[in-house]
Ligand binder design. Structure first.
Ligand code: ZN
Length: 153
C-alpha cells in the first residue's frame, strides 16, 4: 500500500502547489478540454516554436484533484520537449490508464506514472486523461481550432 499513499500525497501536492497552473502570454496553441461527467474544465496554453518544440506551457480552469494533478504533471513532462515527444508520452499515458505498458515506458512518465492507480478507478479515468487528450487534439486534427482559439485571446 506504500504506492497508494505515495499516489495520494503527490495528487494532493500538485493541487496545493501546482507548478503550471497560471496564465502565460504569447501562447500560440490554446484548447479547452471538458469532462462533463465530472465537471472538469481546463484550458491548455502552449507556446510552440518553429521547430515544433514546446518552449512554454501552462493550464487554467477548474476540476477535481485528479484532473488538476494530471495536467500539472503533464506540463512538467512536456515543457522543453518536441511536439512528437509529447505525443509519444500522451500515447504511453493513455495506454497506462488502459493497463498495458512496460516498466520502461512507465519510467518515461516519471511522476505521472503514479496515476496508473487510476486504471483501477473507472469513474476517474476521464479525469486523469483530460489534459493528455487535449494536447493530442491540439497537435492533431483540431490543430486549426487550437490556433484560432489562441489568436482570439
Ligand atoms: Zn474529475
Amino acid at each position: 500500500m506504500a504506492n497508494s499513499t505515495f499516489y495520494k500525497e503527490l495528487v494532493t501536492d500538485h493541487n496545493l502547489h501546482p507548478a503550471h497552473k497560471h496564465h502565460i502570454d504569447g501562447a500560440n496553441l490554446t484548447l479547452e478540454g471538458v469532462n462533463p461527467s465530472c465537471g472538469d474544465d481546463i484550458i491548455i496554453n502552449l507556446k510552440v516554436d518553429d521547430n515544433d518544440k514546446i518552449v512554454d506551457g501552462a493550464f487554467e480552469g477548474d476540476g477535481c484533484a485528479i484532473s488538476q494533478a494530471s495536467a500539472d504533471m503533464m506540463m512538467d513532462l512536456i515543457i522543453g520537449k518536441s511536439k512528437d515527444e509529447a505525443l509519444h508520452l500522451a500515447d504511453i499515458f493513455l495506454r497506462m490508464i488502459k493497463g498495458s505498458i512496460t516498466d520502461e515506458e512507465k519510467d518515461e512518465l516519471e511522476e505521472a506514472g503514479v496515476l496508473q492507480d487510476v486504471s483501477h478507478m473507472p469513474a476517474r479515468v476521464k479525469c486523469a486523461v483530460l489534459g493528455w487528450h487535449t494536447i493530442q487534439e491540439m497537435f492533431g486534427e483540431e490543430n486549426e481550432k487550437a490556433k484560432e482559439e489562441a489568436a482570439a485571446k
